[in-house]
Design a protein around this ligand. Structure first.
Ligand code: ADP
Ligand code: MG
Length: 358
């Protein structure tokens, strides 16, 4: 059992930087939770407070229900994997992995058993005699993982562990860390600025910005029901499209008015927008929910011009212009589009999110 709970946790550095403000995070036993957000939003600070490497300015940290604010890092039973691997350059792989066990006074046989097991899981048995400088980036990352695994900690913390790897290796290691989570059945807290890692690896995502938690939820929850424009734009690629519209009323129906075009709102959106008549709102729609449809009725669609066509093999991204907004449309490669072509787009109203203008 290893649940981690952050209760109203804040960190103010001595230079008066408020790195984290009133963070409430509940990590369940065996859960894989990803903290995601742009650089400087307080992810590393949060992780370091959990590890005990950074003092907590305010709030309570519980591990398995026990208050650990004043427990030193070595007694928290947590292992952390860093972005830069932090391997000891003068030690070979075996000794790098064994080191944490040696200082905890494990017997030689117990160390041997755990290192061999971890090396087997990570497929680095052939590298045990090598020094870090004789390893590739991906191999170093495995050793850093191995060093955490041998400790059999209650909780694993990862701070952007894949950001120094090339794109292909990153995808592979992503899958391997997920498999490791399945195999070890351990609680893992993983920090990244990469929303794809967050979406693909996590049970639960915590989105942060400027020291504040914006939203917490399962990946698809955040994708389908983002609480604000920041989360909507941060999660998903290509990003969600935003159109500024004015809500108008005509013929007892509600419409979203773009510059020269109007769009009839669905019943569901009408319910949401009925107290916003004459106000501007942000109309958010994902690239896959804009449907190219030449036969669409004018009142439920917008006319636009294709500017750029980006074929990706399995799908095509169209960069289009409605006269007032630039949008991205995700479409299938079956039909071919050309720059300059005029198209008609129907937004799938079931997937529209409306935000207030900030
Ligand atoms: P992230 O990991 O999301 O990029 P950090 O937690 O490293 O963000 O940093 C959050 C904020 O705290 C940033 O504004 C950063 O400059 C500041 N910060 C981080 N570490 C320190 C420190 N040791 N002293 C002062 N400010 C710091
Ligand atoms: Mg960081």
């Amino acid at each position: 059992m290893a649940a981690v709970q952050l209760k109203d946790i804040s960190k103010t550095y001595t230079n008066n930087v408020h790195a984290v403000r009133n963070a409430n995070i509940q990590v369940l036993d065996k859960e894989f939770v990803v903290l995601v957000g742009p650089s400087g939003c307080g992810k590393t600070t949060t992780l370091r407070m959990i590890a005990g490497l950074e003092e907590i300015s305010k709030g309570q940290l519980y591990i398995d229900g026990k208050l650990v604010n004043d427990i030193p890092p070595k007694d928290r039973d947590i292992a952390m994997v860093f972005q830069n691997y932090a391997l000891y350059p003068h030690m070979n792989v075996y000794d790098n992995m064994a080191f944490g066990l040696k200082i905890r006074k494990f017997s030689k046989q117990a160390i041997e058993k755990r290192v061999q097991e971890a090396a087997h899981i990570l497929d680095i048995e052939a590298l045990l005699d090598r020094k870090p400088k004789a390893l590739s980036g991906g191999q170093r990352q495995r050793v850093a993982l191995g060093r955490a695994i041998v400790r059999q900690p209650k909780v694993f913390l990862f701070d952007e562990p894949l950001s120094n790897l090339d794109a292909k290796l990153r995808v592979q290691m992503r899958a391997e860390i997920s498999a490791l989570h399945q195999r070890l059945q351990a609680t893992m807290i993983y920090v990244t600025h990469d929303q794809i890692e967050a979406m693909t690896m996590s049970d639960k995502i915590v989105v942060m910005k400027d020291g504040d938690i914006q939203q917490t939820g399962a990946p698809l929850d955040l994708y389908n029901h983002p609480i604000n424009k920041f989360v909507a734009g941060f999660i998903g690629s290509p990003p969600m499209n935003f159109m500024t519209m004015t809500i108008t009323e005509k013929n007892q129906k509600l419409w979203g008015s773009l510059d020269k075009q109007t769009l009839l709102l669905s019943d569901e959106l009408t319910t949401i927008a009925k107290n916003k008549v004459s106000q501007q709102v942000i109309f958010g729609i994902r690239p896959e929910s804009l449907i190219v449809n030449e036969n669409a009725q004018k009142e439920t669609s917008v006319d636009a011009t294709v500017e750029i066509v980006e074929p990706l093999g399995s799908e095509v991204h169209l960069y289009i212009n409605t006269g007032s907004s630039q949008l991205i449309v995700r479409t299938s490669p079956e039909k071919i589009y050309h720059p300059g072509e005029n198209i008609r787009l129907t937004p799938d109203m079931r997937h529209v999110v409306l935000f207030d203008r900030e």
